[in-house]
Design a protein around this ligand. Sequence first.
Ligand SMILES: [Zn+2]
Length: 274
Amino acid sequence: MNLAIDAGGTNLRASVKNITYREKSNKIGLASFIEGILGKHKNIKTIGISYAGQVEDGVIIDSPNIKVDIKNIKEYFKAKYDISLFIENDLTCAVIAEASELKSKNICALYVGTGLGLGAIDHEKVIKGNNNLSCEIGHIPYKKAPFRCGCGRDNCIENFISGAGIIKWIDYYNLTCSPTLEALKNDENPDSKKILKEFEEALFFAAGTTITLFNPEILVLGGGIIEANPYLVGKIISNIDNFALKPILKNCKIIKSELQDASLIGASLLKDIK
Ligand SMILES: [Zn+2]
């Protein structure tokens, strides 16, 4: 039996045999959460975890919003329970789920939510990098902002394309509207329009950069902000000519994700990745 976990910045969610368990990510340690579930289901043989933070070879490196009680989590569950555990970052899990759903061997998943994330698969292989830190598209240098990104720099593209970035811009301009694209669009203040325009420009830039670097067969867009604003996908398609290399675009489809729970689905598929 397979246990899939989505360890997100807000919630820990687990799915086993169609039963879902949920806890706040800052309330209970990830390993304790899992051990509670193992107490209820005795036949679990593998655990797959989608993790909203940095991980490398089964070890949790960085955990901004998730309470971590055991860092070397893969080894811990092997030694104590003889269970095989697989853990990867949430965008790696999302792109694995998208590749499986869309039956693609060359695919990139660009997700826009609280942050901006990317996962890439090339010839069925997940692009990982030397320390499993590749594809950090949110932190590519773009333009200076009057505030800092979570990583400490002030020129990351995530300052322009993310829920967290929108909140910072609204605060910077002293606006009163809520931090959604819809609210910015309907707000009278010209600064709201400016934030929206900057958001869209940066999104074209990120999509074009992704396509130009990875030459994917499919670029799939997902995450909370895309889900709430599906028109963005059409806008990317009509503007992408100015942001990506033309010969690559000829055979590249740009689509919206149809998965409700890509990270959790990807977590359940982790044991099969190459
Ligand atoms: Zn950054």
